[in-house]
Design a protein around this ligand. Structure first.
Ligand code: THG
Length: 267
């Protein structure tokens, strides 16, 4: 599993405050903690007003890249913002995200043409987030075909089938799983990704629901996830799932994570 660490996001109140105050120590601490917990990429999302976003993201990218060797996952709903901050990235990372909305692909795919950058593609378009499986698969096809025009092969794409809150659609997980399986059947090298927290909005015991979602999504073929690797229960579930899915010979990674205190510590 590819872990994209989510902690440097202005939706988290403490991170928002650190961004507003340009508290570099706090942000670099989050980057280091996520790297130590096993993150493969560090998501950076300013979550500020559009006019402040470029400045904030540029600052975040500098702080994170000075603190850790990991590549970034540049997270903004605004493709122009991503294009402006993109030159500051010091190593090939992930663009989060394109979708079939507006001209997002037309702005962002050319940036990564001829590089090793990867791209997250959301299955939504100008009509919004589809509630059904078939429209999501159709949008994924569009994103793949458009990527091919820029020489971007499916193995560089992470499709995010945009899980809907379970409280508003009781078949949300089932649809996510069906979309995942169909998209992977069409394009075996493609990656499927997801945030973990949307599923449980409005429910009690969100952590339990999120971990169950992680387990079922991994079983269905999810390859990467945007999550908090410092959440030890979540990380333990993820590593247990890896072992159960046959990706951890002799359970060595699981045992090492336990022995080194990355999982199983009392909080
Ligand atoms: N798909 C894609 N990108 C995304 C999302 C997605 N980017 C933003 C978001 N969804 C994923 N990022 C976050 C960041 C923080 C939180 C949730 C989603 C959050 N964190 C809490 C905290 O850190 O305090 C709790 C974390 C925990 O304990 O597990 O709320 O869906 N492509």
């Amino acid at each position: 599993m590819i872990i994209i660490g989510e902690k440097i996001n202005g939706v988290i109140p403490a991170t928002k405050q650190a961004i507003a105050e340009r508290d570099g120590g706090y942000i670099s601490g989050l980057a280091v903690k996520q790297a130590e917990a096993g993150a493969n990429y560090i998501d950076v999302c300013a979550g500020t007003d559009p006019e402040l976003e470029v400045d904030a993201l540029q600052w975040l990218m500098g702080v994170v890249q000075d603190a850790v060797e990991l590549p970034l996952c540049i997270d903004s709903p605004n493709p122009e913002v991503i294009a402006r901050v993109f030159p500051l990235a010091r190593r090939d990372g992930i663009i989060n995200s394109v979708s079939a909305e507006g001209n997002k692909c037309g702005i962002l795919y050319p940036l990564v043409q001829g590089t090793a950058w990867q791209v997250i593609g959301l299955t939504c378009d100008d009509r919004g987030v589809p509630g059904d499986v078939q429209t999501r698969v159709e949008i994924a096809k569009q994103l793949v075909m458009k990527a091919a025009e820029f020489g971007i092969a499916p193995d560089r794409l992470h499709i995010d089938p945009l899980v809907i809150t379970l409280a508003t659609d009781h078949e949300s997980l089932l649809k996510f799983v069906a979309a995942t399986r169909e998209i992977k059947a069409l394009y075996p090298p493609i990656k499927i990704t997801s945030g973990l927290s949307n599923i449980s909005f409005g429910m009690p015991l969100r952590r339990v629901v999120n971990q169950s979602f992680l387990t079922m999504a991994m079983f269905a073929g999810m390859d990467s996830a945007i999550l908090d690797p410092c959440n030890q229960e979540m990380l333990a579930t993820l590593l247990a799932n890896e072992a159960l899915l046959g990706r951890d010979r002799l359970c060595r990674k699981f045992a090492n994570a336990y022995r080194s205190g990355r999982i199983g510590q009392k909080r």
